[in-house]
Design a protein around this ligand. Sequence first.
Ligand code: PBG
Length: 336
Amino acid sequence: MAKLISRPAVKTPEAVRPRRLRSSPALRALVRETRLHPAQLIAPLFVIGGRGRRHEIASLKGHHRLTPDLALQKAHELAELGVGGVLLFGIPDSKDAVGSGADDRRGPVPETLRLLRREGLPIALAADVCLCEYTSHGHCGVLNGEKVDNDASLPRLGAAGIAYAEAGADIVGPSAMMDGQVAAVRSGLDGEGFIDTAIMAYASKHASTFYGPFRDAAGSTPSFGDRKSYQMDPANAHEALREMQLDADEGADILMVKPGLTSLDLLARARDRFDLPLAAYQVSGEAAMIEAAAEHGWIDRRGAILESITAIVRAGAGIVITYFAEDVASWLHEAR
Ligand code: PBG
């Protein structure tokens, strides 16, 4: 007599049992589609002037504003773990209306770049190119009245890109969301002979709530208004793809999207559309949410970090900028 089958009579043939390949850690590892590697991670670092000083960043657990010598120490640790790169953000001693500090050769970013470059660490050196950390008003460009003046901002961004390339950056990352910023930085670099300095364009950057903790870290909250006249409406995907296309056309070497977890659709679509390396920035607010929930015991910290970064890579990012780069790299080493 035929045995009664306890599975409901659905269309799936009985022979199809996806659970087979989930039955042991070995089989799961064999069929895993997305694997993380330390070399694909970039660690953001906040740098300040001086020596031997570190300031805790309250909103970014485990992160500090570091003087160049301590940033060098951190870069050593990251390189040791095989982390692929560092992305530098500078916090200047003083700010002004045009963000003069952004291209100051003696500013914390060029100082740190020179130190790291001299050390010859096997880690890519990237520097964020924006004015918001350097302007007294906290906007990403220079102002004309209360408006952020696009074209007047471009030479400032170009100058900052040149200053970082000169100090030894492998990659500069224009993040101000000014129209034409990639072309401006590219022509600035080429004009000074830095033809080999790559551009990682913040191509799709939404005007996101999730940058809150970063602005606390960098002291870059706009003193009036918001960034919605230059960063994109988070509701828009077609516009994001158009921005990516423009940046590719302007000479971007790497296209970046941010935030990460709110841009998975864009990563998937961009992966099909562009043949450039794609990066995603798991931003400060994404990290803060995980840290806060983990602190309450509401979420498993390590699981949440690995799952979210894996999802970002699964969606299409080859490079992930994450505040958890050091943690993840050390876990990946443990796991081997
Ligand atoms: C500079 C910049 C910001 C971030 C990266 N580059 C801040 C902003 O746009 O307000 C955010 C990164 C993060 O939240 O971790 N414009």
